[in-house]
Design a protein around this ligand. Structure first.
Ligand SMILES: C[S@@+](CC[C@H](N)C(=O)[O-])C[C@H]1O[C@@H](n2cnc3c(N)ncnc32)[C@H](O)[C@@H]1O
Length: 225
């Protein structure tokens, strides 16, 4: 990443928190260690975001927004409901001198549409994923980018003997409450996701789906016509 920051400031940033989830590559060969999200980014991100607005719902440590900013995006907005992730991502932003806006909140009644809306691995964390999906579609002016859990996830696979062939059926799997923060888990087959978008939400235009680099997940890209 091309931010103007000293190696010393980055080393202090790296040592300041126990980071969780995303790997964030930093200048001077530094990084925040975590899950490498670059393979998905390479599959679904455009080469440049030239002046476009980008919002990432459930942005974690902001990896995707920092990449979008570096690729010329205009306003970049991250929504994150976890207090610790929010504290960490704002520290990363401030240290880098990035202009990405972060808000400690859920999507809820957010009412400013954006060109690109990112919702990676967040639908399975909310109690009403269909409502969130509706809202994401409404707020997308140009492109919606999703990554979501399918029932091929080990938990469901064990319970229901889920097979690849079932991904062609419109199924939703519903998990229980997870500690510590009461997360309800939903998993969608690609066929279910397509049916919800086309028939329930009434989405028109191009929808592409593919197998994610992340085990048992799918990515989806919708371009508003
Ligand atoms: C599994 S992580 C995915 C992070 C990132 N989107 C990615 O795919 O690399 C889910 C993140 O979304 C956040 N989150 C979950 N539900 C949310 C909601 N309703 N609004 C905002 N953030 C949410 C969690 O705190 C967590 O940081």
């Amino acid at each position: 990443m091309e931010y103007d920051v000293t190696p010393e400031a980055l080393d202090a940033l790296i040592g300041r928190h126990d980071y969780f989830y995303q790997r964030v590559p930093l200048p001077h060969g530094r990084e925040i260690k975590g899950k490498d999200r670059e393979p998905l980014m390479k599959k679904v991100f455009p080469a440049d975001f030239k002046g476009k607005s980008v919002m990432d719902v459930g942005c974690s440590l902001g990896y995707y927004l920092f990449v979008a900013e570096q690729r010329g995006a205009g306003r970049c907005i991250g929504l994150e409901r976890s207090a610790s992730a929010f504290e960490h991502v704002t520290d990363i932003r401030d240290t880098l001198g990035s202009k990405v806006e972060f808000h400690k909140r859920e999507l809820g009644d957010w009412d400013e549409p954006v060109d690109y809306l990112i919702g990676f691995n967040v639908l399975h964390h909310v109690t009403d994923p269909l409502r969130m999906l509706h809202r994401m579609v409404e707020l997308t002016k140009h492109t919606l980018l999703l990554e979501y859990v399918t029932p091929l996830n080990g938990k469901y696979k064990r319970l229901f003997n889920v097979t690849d062939a079932m991904m062609n059926q419109p199924l939703i799997a519903v998990g229980g409450l997870h500690k510590p923060d009461g997360i309800l888990t939903f998993a969608f087959t690609p066929a279910a996701m397509m049916k919800i978008l086309r028939q329930h939400i009434g989405v028109e235009g191009d929808i592409q789906q593919g197998v994610s680099p992340e085990l048992d997940r799918r990515w989806l890209v919708w371009h508003r016509p």
